[in-house]
Design a protein around this ligand. Structure first.
Ligand SMILES: [Fe+2]
Ligand SMILES: [Fe+2]
Length: 215
C-alpha cells in the first residue's frame, strides 16, 4: 500500500514530467510556426502564424517560471536528435499536411489531453495552464479555418483524396510520437487520470475534428 507522502511525491514527479513535455512541445511548435511564416500562402495565414509564435513563447515563459517554483527538474524529455527528426518531418510537409499534422494532432488532440489534467491538478499547475490553454483554442481555430480554406480551394477530387487521407495522417503522427518512447500514459495515471477515459475523450475529439472538416 502506498503511503500518502509517496503518493504526493509520485504526483509531483509525474506532473513535473507532463509540464516539461508540454513546455518542450510548445517550444517545438513555436519554432515550427516561425519557420513556416515565410511559406504561408497569404497574409491571414502569415498573421496567424506570427501571433502563434508570440503566444507559444509566452506559454514557454509561463511554464518555465511555474516549473521553477514547483521544483521541477527541467531536463528535456525529448532529446535533441528526436526533436530534430520531428522538425525534419514538419519541414518537408506542404501547407495542408502541415496544418493537418500540427493543428489536428499536436494542437487539438494535445491540448485535449492537457485539458483532462486540469481538474486533477494542484492550484498552481492549474493556474499555469489557464492562459496557455485559452490560447490553444485560438490556435486550433486558426488551423481548422486554414485547413477549411485550403480544402475549399481544391477541386472535388483532390479535396476528397485529402479528406480521405486525414485519418491515416493522424495515425502516422501518433505513431511518430509513440516512438519517442515516453511513458506519458503512466504520468497521466500518476496524476489521477483514468487513461481509458482519456483515450475515449481523445477518440471522440478526433472523430469530431474529422467530421467538422468534411462538413
Ligand atoms: Fe502553447
Ligand atoms: Fe498552441
Amino acid at each position: 500500500m502506498k503511503i500518502p507522502n509517496a503518493e504526493a511525491g509520485e504526483y509531483a514527479s509525474a506532473m513535473g514530467h507532463l509540464l516539461v513535455l508540454y513546455t518542450q512541445v510548445d517550444q517545438f511548435i513555436m519554432e515550427a510556426c516561425a519557420e513556416r511564416v515565410t511559406f504561408a500562402p497569404d497574409a491571414t495565414a502569415r498573421a496567424g502564424l506570427l501571433k502563434q509564435v508570440g503566444d507559444e513563447q509566452r506559454h514557454v515563459d509561463i511554464q518555465r517560471q511555474w516549473m521553477q517554483e514547483f521544483g521541477v527538474d527541467p531536463a528535456p524529455l525529448i532529446n535533441a536528435q528526436a526533436l530534430e527528426q520531428l522538425h525534419a518531418h514538419f519541414r518537408q510537409l506542404d501547407w495542408v499536411d502541415f496544418l493537418t499534422d500540427l493543428y489536428l494532432v499536436i494542437e487539438a488532440l494535445g491540448s485535449q489531453a492537457v485539458e483532462q489534467v486540469v481538474p486533477l491538478a494542484d492550484p498552481g499547475t492549474r493556474e499555469s495552464l489557464r492562459v496557455p490553454l485559452q490560447d490553444e483554442l485560438d490556435h486550433i481555430a486558426f488551423g481548422l479555418s486554414e485547413l477549411h480554406k485550403a480544402l475549399e480551394a481544391m477541386d472535388a477530387r483532390s479535396r476528397k483524396a485529402c479528406l480521405d487521407a486525414i485519418p491515416a495522417r493522424i495515425d502516422a503522427v501518433m505513431a511518430m510520437l509513440a516512438r519517442l518512447n515516453l511513458p506519458v500514459l503512466d504520468w497521466f495515471e500518476q496524476v489521477g487520470s483514468d487513461t481509458r477515459q482519456l483515450q475515449a475523450v481523445l477518440d471522440r475529439r478526433r472523430e469530431e475534428l474529422v467530421i467538422s472538416l468534411a462538413a
